[in-house]
Ligand binder design. Sequence first.
Ligand code: SF4
Length: 356
Amino acid sequence: MVYRIDASDRTAFKRCRREWDLSSHNRQNLEPIRRPPGPIDLTRALRDALAVYYFPGMWEWDRVIVQPLVHQALDRSVRGQTEAPADQSWQELLAQGHALLDAYAAWAPTVDHFTPIRVETDFEVNVSDPATPGTNLLTPAGDEVRYGDRVDLLAVDADDAYWVIQHRLVTEEWTDRDALQLDEQTIAWAWAWPQFYLGMQITGTMYNEIRADAGGMGTPGTPPAQRSPVRHRRMYARSGTVSGERLHAEGTEAFRRTRIRRGAAELAAASAALAAEATAATSPNVEIYPSPAPAVCARCSYRAPCLLLNQGEDPTAEFSTSYRDRPLEPIQEGRLGGVTWSMNRGAAPPRWASRS
Ligand code: SF4
């Protein structure tokens, strides 16, 4: 069997053990039956649109042809997130997204000094056992521990250096530089990718920050700029040797691109941290306790059973009336950038381990 961890499971484990215990596929795997409709996720819609913008098969196309497809992707993503009929706030959000994409298309070619290789790509890799170099981590039950996530964009620059790139929608201040340097999700991408695609070492991580109000900062109706061609010499190879500053940021009032080189020691430390968390999470003695905090509990879907547990009551009846088993995430056939398991390997192992 396989014990799978993904980025959200990892975050939940560190945020609140009780929330993690109730929600994780590896634990009780519960989700509320009735979930109030949430706001439309503009970050998700932006990522879907940028997956078209950077789609490798269209990278050489005239941007005037690509841009309408980018806008269509935004429309599809927003419509796919809600069954509610379009209302004014919905239309305003779409208008905001379209203006933002036009402003982005006028700016991005000035900093896109790379060629996209993959967009929206899922990966899954074994977690190494730091106690025994060269071996994979196993749970106490003997299951392989695997870590998976989805990379927004993988690109190669003119020096044959490979980068993993994350798109971020920014609503307030730019992300603090230290927070970017410490960002465990993207460091995990850089650590995992060479194992998923053997031999493709990652030079570093890039953060593509876009202000949510970027559409109102440029000149309306600015046509998409054309790119200068970036020629890389080969694909699917070890990164070139690239020297340079560790962190480089450039941008405007509306957009910021930050590049951070990640060294071998940093990736090894990230691997060890992931193994330590997995070891703690799979221990038969793992402690489950709440970590209440206003910012954390405000968005938690398990407040009702949490309150019952805090009062020493049995939440079983609440579980049976208001919660159900969380289904597996449906596989989106034809998803842009979606790949099957078999990049360099055989058939995919079965999905989630059954609940204990
Ligand atoms: S309500 Fe707060 S303390 Fe309780 S499970 Fe949710 S996040 Fe944890």
